[in-house]
Design a protein around this ligand. Structure first.
Ligand SMILES: Cc1cc2nc3c(=O)[nH]c(=O)nc-3n(C[C@H](O)[C@H](O)[C@H](O)COP(=O)(O)OP(=O)(O)OC[C@H]3O[C@@H](n4cnc5c(N)ncnc54)[C@H](O)[C@@H]3O)c2cc1C
Length: 599
């Protein structure tokens, strides 16, 4: 049977040993966020995920959501689990104290996001979107609007959604047609149809706040003419947030989909619905990006969470299932056959999953720490540098961890053989659930274009330097005579891959200036190359910490495991960078030359 146990030992290793999480409490506003507070909070979150959310994962998938007389109902158990979620204060975790939040660091929220996604991704989408709306209104909303809605989003009694997509406007939001007309009393009336809206309607909260992209009457065409509105499902009467009558928003249908079936995906019709403007007129997309950037990081964590739970299933199965004998003779002669885990190909798959998951966790939490530095560090330059590094890595984290989440879920299914393909065993759900993470919040192809088209050239390449300079210094140090031989052996292949990455960056920059197709045709290969180098950097740092701990007499087997997995990553996974480099160098002509009719 499927099982999930939050990987608390590895989470602690990353937070405590690698990232030195105690530094968070030195940041203004985070004084209480000491390890003594953070780790019990995480342990309590793990308990909720294991005992409350995970048991509803398979049943929620089987039952799905239903639409009855215009109202959406989530699967059995979801409303009670949501009550437990808000009573535990989990919606308040990283919200500001003035809104009734706990004001804990983003990094702690990252850990919770990963665990919730492992336990029940479909459930996690509901509070996840509310958190995005909270951030966007907090950053861009007027004071009176903030007073009305933020405490309700923080305490979880109201939820949120993000309404961008329309039938003709997916990736290209410049095609949005939904209209907004001033109502003459300071508000707006919103009219149009949005599709694919996650958590668009449900029975978990008394109200839902939709963040909607729409056009004002005088709006210029394209993406520069889009404004952002907050449209409540039930109208809000006053500053205290008392509820009035139903707004003119209705759920016109529920999508039947491949995965995340416990999450409602709605067609939403706005028929002159009352709404508030958020931010400046015609500046809706930049404001929405506050939400989308956070959401992209969250979707990366969804990929990681699914990869983790899939790995746990596969590992348990590989220890349990008896098939064949080890090639060099029986390892468990008292049993009718050896367990799968003795076979080299199974070990290759397990180590691939472990290397991607633990590397991905280190990368994600490292970015989470930089988010906290961006928000709270007293030094302006440190704040700016942290913000630029995060901006650079958002598309990498989103695309890399969701692609790997799908690959890892597939490997987990493969380890289960035919049993993985059978619904009752629960593994195929992870493959289905993981697939959407590569698509929503901007497809992974669009993430790659964002990386090469916007993030690399920004500030004449300064964003990339925040990543490259420290890594170059580390690699140089470990390449010198007298360096620790274990670490030097890990650093050598990474130095080679890093060289390829730097050369690929120059290629794309130079060729892309002359011909934008050159950058675009190489973008996905480049993002994966970057992602593998970033995982390599984190693996080197983890190996370094483990080596220091072992040298100081530590006996925790986790440290040996880190060195084993780092060795596997550098030897078996990092060499993919060679093929990616060659594909990047091949240029755009091989992609663009064939006439459309020749496909
Ligand atoms: C389950 C689910 C939940 C969702 N939740 C939400 C939600 O809550 N709110 C919301 O607003 N939307 C939501 N979406 C919509 C989702 O974000 C879009 O489906 C996604 O952004 C892609 O848009 P599209 O489907 O129209 O594909 P298209 O934009 O038609 O793209 C099709 C393909 O072409 C590629 N492509 C498009 N343009 C370019 C280009 N310029 N260059 C290169 N390649 C390009 C894309 O990468 C993709 O591979 C959800 C979708 C699903 C399925």
């Amino acid at each position: 049977m499927p099982r999930y146990q939050a990987p608390l030992a590895d989470i602690r290793f990353v937070l405590e040993d690698l990232l030195r999480v105690e530094q968070l409490a030195t940041l203004p506003g985070y004084e209480d966020a000491t390890p003594d507070l953070i780790f019990p909070v995480i342990a309590e979150g793990a308990r909720l995920c294991e005992e409350v959310l995970f048991p509803l994962n398979q049943s929620g998938d089987a039952e799905g959501c239903r639409l009855e007389k215009g109202r959406v109902f989530t699967p059995a158990g979801f409303p009670a689990a949501y009550r437990a979620y808000i009573e535990g204060g989990w919606t308040r975790l990283a919200c500001a104290p003035e809104d009734g939040g706990m004001g804990l660091p983003e990094l702690v929220y990252f850990v919770m996001e990963e665990m919730v996604s492992s336990a029940n991704l479909a459930f996690g989408i509901y509070p996840g979107l509310s958190r995005g709306v909270y951030n966007a209104v907090r950053r861009h909303g007027e004071e009176s609007l903030k007073r009305r809605v933020l405490p309700r989003l923080a305490d979880g009694s109201w939820a949120g959604t993000m309404c961008l997509t329309e039938p003709q406007a997916g990736t290209d939001l410049g095609l949005v047609r939904t209209r907004a007309e001033p109502d003459g009393a300071g508000g707006y009336r919103i009219t149009g149809t949005k599709i694919f809206i996650s958590a668009g309607d449900h029975d978990l909260t008394e109200n839902i706040l939709h963040l909607v992209l729409a056009r004002l009457p005088d709006a210029p065409g394209g993406s520069h003419g889009i404004s952002l509105f907050l449209v409540p499902k039930i109208q809000v009467r006053d500053d205290q947030g008392t509820l009035g009558t139903a707004n003119a928003v209705s759920c016109g249908g529920l999508e039947h989909k491949m995965g995340i079936r416990g999450s409602s995906t709605c067609v939403l019709n706005f028929d002159g619905a009352a709404g508030w403007l958020v931010g400046q007129p015609h500046k809706g997309l930049p404001a929405m990006f506050t939400m989308m950037n956070a959401a992209r990081l969250a979707v990366g964590l969804q990929g990681l969470g699914l990869a983790e739970v899939a790995y746990q299933h596969a590992l348990a199965y590989a220890r349990d299932r008896l098939q064949g004998r080890a090639l060099k003779g029986a390892r468990y002669p008292n049993r009718p056959a050896d367990p799968l885990i003795v076979h080299p190909d199974i070990r290759r798959m397990l180590l691939t999953m472990k290397a991607y998951n633990e590397g991905g966790r280190a990368l994600a939490y490292w970015i989470g720490l930089h988010l906290d530095h961006e928000a709270r560090h007293p030094d302006l330059r440190t704040r700016q540098a942290a913000g630029e590094l995060v901006a650079l890595l958002i598309p990498v984290l989103k695309a890399l961890l969701t692609d790997l989440g799908f690959e890892v879920a597939n490997l987990a299914l493969q380890i289960h053989g035919g049993h993985g393909y059978i619904q009752d065993n629960g593994i195929e759900q992870y493959v289905r659930d993981a697939r959407i993470t590569q698509v929503y919040e901007g497809t992974n192809g669009i993430q790659a274009l964002d990386l090469v088209g916007r993030k690399l050239p920004q500030a004449t390449g300064r964003l990339l330097r925040h990543f490259c300079h420290p890594l170059a210094a580390e690699l140089e140090e470990l390449g010198r005579d007298g360096a620790d031989p274990v670490l030097a052996a890990l650093a050598a292949p990474l130095a080679k891959a890093f060289g390829r990455f730097q050369q690929a960056t120059v290629t794309i920059a130079i060729r892309g200036l002359a011909d934008p197709d050159e950058a675009a045709a190489a973008a996905s290969d480049y993002l994966r190359l970057f992602g593998l180098v970033a995982l390599g950097a984190l693996w080197l740092r983890m190996a370094r910490v483990a080596q220091e701990k072992l040298a100081a007499g530590a006996t925790n087997p986790l440290y040996r495991g880190k060195l084993d997995t780092a060795r596997f990553f550098m030897a078996k996974l990092l060499p993919q960078t060679g093929a990616l480099f060659a594909a990047i160098q091949a240029g755009a002509a091989v992609v663009m030359d064939p006439e459309d009719e020749r496909f």
